[in-house]
Design a protein around this ligand. Structure first.
Ligand code: SF4
Length: 205
């Protein structure tokens, strides 16, 4: 079972295959893993003990960054992110990034995002689209159109909690829509990175 894997020199963390979205660009629809790593489909959601045991034995030489990402939305297990991030901070000097769809407050209404303070160093949020209507078409969240505003509020709130917040968008939307995403991100003071859509398993961050 692949909980930790190496991708572009970083330690990636795969703690759940759960996700409330069905993004049109999701790599999970095209491949079972990233590059030459083993399948990222988990036999079960790993316990804290299984995760920390896997962390302890993983060859982390030369790695300075850990990323909660994997084959699912990490915030499906938001409490576990905090526990594991605390463990990694206690046992290494790694910087920790969270890649997320930004919908944790819809997934877990009572989760306190202040729990990320001090354990998550940066968060990368999938903006995906310039407005709620297109967001719904691209991301296909089970929560419907309110998701877009909840994601934006999460991004705004996280600016007060973690040192670095960024947005991403995949270039499956039009150039005009990407420009509107840039304008929206700029208005929020959050940098936007445009990701190139891939259909193979060579890249997915
Ligand atoms: S949020 Fe991530 S895991 Fe979920 S469908 Fe979208 S790309 Fe896939």
């Amino acid at each position: 079972m692949t909980i930790f894997y190496k991708f572009e020199g970083k330690l990636y963390i795969n703690i759940t295959n759960g996700c409330p979205c069905k993004c049109v660009f999701c790599i999970r629809d095209n491949a079972d893993s990233i590059k030459d790593n083993d399948s990222l489909w988990l036999e079960h959601e790993p316990s804290f003990e299984e995760i920390t045991a896997a962390f302890d034995v993983f060859d982390k030489s030369g790695m300075t960054d850990a990323v909660f990402c994997g084959y699912g939305e990490p915030c499906v297990r938001a409490d576990m992110i905090v526990r594991v991030a605390e463990y990694i901070k206690q046992h290494s000097d790694m910087r920790i990034r969270l890649n997320t769809n930004g919908l944790v407050k819809l997934i877990h209404r009572d989760f306190d995002i202040n729990s990320f303070r001090g354990v998550i160093d940066s968060v990368s949020i999938s903006l995906n689209a310039p407005d709620a209507c297109r967001y719904n078409e691209v991301t296909r969240p089970s929560f419907g159109e309110k998701s877009f505003d909840v994601m934006l509020k999460f991004a705004e709130d996280m600016k007060q909690i973690v040192p670095t917040v960024g947005f991403t968008v995949v270039d499956i939307i039009s150039e005009e829509e990407i420009q509107r995403c840039h304008a929206l991100a700029d208005s929020m003071g959050i940098p936007l990175r445009v990701r190139h859509y891939v259909t193979d398993n060579e890249s997915y961050t």
